[in-house]
Design a protein. Structure first.
Length: 319
């Protein structure tokens, strides 16, 4: 995913959420709807999340230094994880608390047309933000399904914004149902029920996001397609005959570390081996441009050891 695409989606979501939050709080102040209050806090939490994502993107662009020789690319993962925590604590927990309060102490809505009008406006605004996130995601998504894209994406911004906007649209539907039923029945309990549904939805989204960003923080390998491309690029069939074993690790969404032990022909001189390694690195960078850090160890492949079942992936120095 390009950084510009993610930033565009985040900025679109931030501008929409700020306008929506203001309108929801006005509607709450006039009508006393708990669904409006929960949705207002939800929009404030979303706005804070988008600011965190923008800060993470800016920090990740810092150059590598002695203390962090592999750079700061994982800042984006850290801030993505913080977003899931904020969404849970600020949005979900507050909405559940407010919903319980309104279910146990319901009151009739006043000036009900204000929350209905704000909800309709918010649906259009969130729909625009969600459409932007979907459009920016399509190039990276490729032929994957949307759930697969969220699970495999290495950049946190677009999946986070997609989840937030999709959750916001569902939350608005819950709020609309709660307010509508309260007006239709004259029973304010439905407003509290809608608020509880919003809180439960936010908690579920936060849990999914936290699991996905936790995996990125722990360190994920390149995609199977990228790994296959790197393996193919390493071998030229002349000086480099095979990949004995290889590891990949995302240092950030757009930075990949590649470490491999490659088999070279035994008759090569040291100078020829050095040339083979440099050429292999160039081929890898051409095949996978985000492979910024590459470590290659030359070795002599032993068919005899392989035939005896040596596991090159698990045995140190294995061939």
């Amino acid at each position: 995913m390009s950084t510009s695409g993610g930033s565009k989606a985040v900025v679109a979501a931030l501008s929409s959420n700020l306008a929506i939050a203001a309108s929801k709080f006005v509607a709450f102040a006039i009508s006393g709807s708990s669904s409006m209050l929960a949705e207002g806090v939800h929009s404030v939490a979303d706005s804070g999340n988008q600011i965190l994502l923008l800060i993470g993107g800016r920090k990740a662009r810092r150059a590598a230094d002695e203390e962090h020789p592999f750079g700061y690319g994982r800042e984006r993962y850290i801030f993505g994880f913080l977003v899931s925590i904020v969404l849970f604590t600020v949005g979900g927990v507050f909405a559940i608390y407010e919903g319980i309060e309104k279910v146990t102490h319901p009151h009739k809505l006043e000036e009900w047309y204000w929350p209905l009008g704000v909800l309709i406006f918010a649906i259009f605004a969130e729909g625009y933000s969600f459409r932007t996130a979907v459009r920016e995601s399509r190039e990276t998504k490729g032929k994957q399904s949307w759930p697969a894209f969220v699970r495999t994406a290495k950049a946190p911004e677009l999946p986070v914004v997609l989840f937030e906007d999709f959750g916001a649209l569902i939350g608005l539907a819950f709020a609309l149902a709660g307010v509508g039923l309260s007006v239709a029945t004259g029973d304010g309990v439905w407003d509290g029920v809608g608020t509880l549904a919003i809180g439960s939805l936010l908690v579920c989204i936060a849990l999914v996001l936290s699991m996905e960003t936790k995996s990125l923080l722990l360190g994920e390998a390149a995609s199977p397609a990228a790994v296959a491309g790197i393996r193919s690029a390493l071998v030229d069939g002349v000086k480099v005959t095979r990949v004995i074993h290889m590891r990949t690790l995302h240092l950030g969404p757009e930075e990949l570390l590649v470490a491999a032990k490659i088999a070279v022909r035994p008759e090569l001189t040291a100078a020829s081996v050095a040339e083979a390694i440099n050429a292999a690195e160039a081929r890898v960078r051409a095949a996978e441009p985000i492979a910024r850090v590459i470590y290659l160890e030359p070795d002599i492949y032993s068919a005899e050891e392989a035939a005896h079942g040596a596991d090159p992936e698990a045995t140190p120095g294995g061939r």
